[in-house]
Structures are given as C-alpha cells and as structure tokens.
Write a protein that binds this ligand. Structure first.
Ligand code: GRF
Length: 196
C-alpha cells in the first residue's frame, strides 16, 4: 500500500523538491501535501508545479500561542491522511504535545553530524570548532530538539578556506541525496541507518 507523505517547509523547499521528485515509479510512497508556515514560502509554487496539494498555516497570527498554531497545523495535516511527515527546512520548533501525535512517523533533516551542533548556525560552529568533517543527518523527530534516533548521515571534508556559506553549499546537495534515500527505506518500515 503506497505510503502518503506530508512535507512541512518554511522557505525555498529544496529538500521538499528532492523528496517529491524521488517518489516515482516503484517508490513505496507519494507526496500527499506540502504545508508551509508562511504564504510567501518559495517551496509552495514548486510543490504546486509538481501537482502536490499545498496548504499554508501561518504561525504569526497565533503569536506565542504555540498550541493553537499546532492545532491548526494538525487539522491541516489530518485532512491529507499522511502516514509519514517530513520536516524539510521547517523552522518552527514543535512542542512535545504535537510530536507525541506523530512520533514514530515524523522525520527531519538537520545540517550537521548529530549529535554535534543541535540548533542553529551549524556550519559556522563546525568551522569554529576546527572540525575536519561536517555534513547532515536525517533523524526521527522526538521531543528532544534534533535528538531523535538517527536514520542516516552524509559527510563532507571541510577545506581550510571554507566559510559558512561554502560549507552550506557543500552540505545541501548531500541533503538532497540523503533525505530521499532515508525516506524510501523508512517507507518500507526499515529503520536501519544509511551512511553516504
Ligand atoms: C537546509 O540547510 C536544511 O538542512 C535546513 O534548512 C535549510 C533549507 O532547506 N533544515 P530547504 O532548501 O528549504 O529544503
């Protein structure tokens, strides 16, 4: 039975595009919805161009009322009946209440070799630390921010003249390879780890 995948975005959605474009042929899943937390998210047009249903749940009208925002987000999601949720450049921190409703079925991609550099500014932090390698991680989403079981990692050597921007430019294509590979395996029920 084909798994239904909802993808949450906040911006350009390059990871969402990679995921949607990977779900073809004998792939066990198909995209059923792309939700953005901002109407001006560039990824919305890319999803629509690929024939994927989209929705916007803008977090700003809810102010600090995270619960109401997440109730609206949940309502938008359940209508699409997803089996799996992929966070892809989604920049809102989700509360444990929301995560509990989807735990075991929600994935995220983070631009670092977790458990290193949870949170923001990961490329600058890897450079500041003088690390020899950097990369990205796909993990199951749990209540611990960027802390769930790791399903895959891809790594790249850091060059002496790398900047946060050049490093991000090295990592993003790896994200576009790793996330679809992990999703394809996860959609078969296989949670074994992928390393690229
Ligand atoms: C990527 O670096 C991703 O790792 C992070 O958000 C950035 C933009 O992602 N989560 P996208 O282009 O919107 O998919």
């Amino acid at each position: 039975m084909t798994k239904r995948v909802a993808i949450l975005i906040s911006g350009g959605g390059s990871n969402m595009v990679s995921l949607v474009d990977s779900m073809t042929g004998d792939h066990p899943a198909r995209a059923c919805l792309v939700v953005a937390n901002a109407a001006d998210a560039g990824g919305l047009a890319k999803a629509q161009a690929r024939g994927v249903q989209t929705a916007v749940v803008d977090h700003r009208p809810f102010g600090k009322d995270r619960a109401s925002f997440e109730n609206a987000l949940h309502a938008s999601l359940v209508m699409a009946k997803p089996d799996i949720i992929c966070l892809a450049g989604f920049m809102r921190i989700l509360t444990p209440d929301f995560i509990t409703m989807w735990e075991g079925r929600m994935l995220n991609i983070h631009p670092s070799l977790l458990p290193l550099y949870k949170g923001l500014h990961t490329h600058a932090r890897a450079l500041d630390a003088g690390d020899a390698q950097h990369g990205c991680t796909v993990h199951e989403v749990t209540a611990e921010l960027d802390g769930g079981p790791i399903l895959g990692q891809a790594r790249v050597d850091i060059a002496s003249d790398d900047t946060p921007d050049t490093l991000a430019a090295k990592v993003l294509p790896l994200e576009h390879q790793l996330y679809p590979a992990v999703l394809r395996r996860f959609a078969t029920g296989d949670r074994s780890r992928i390393d690229l």
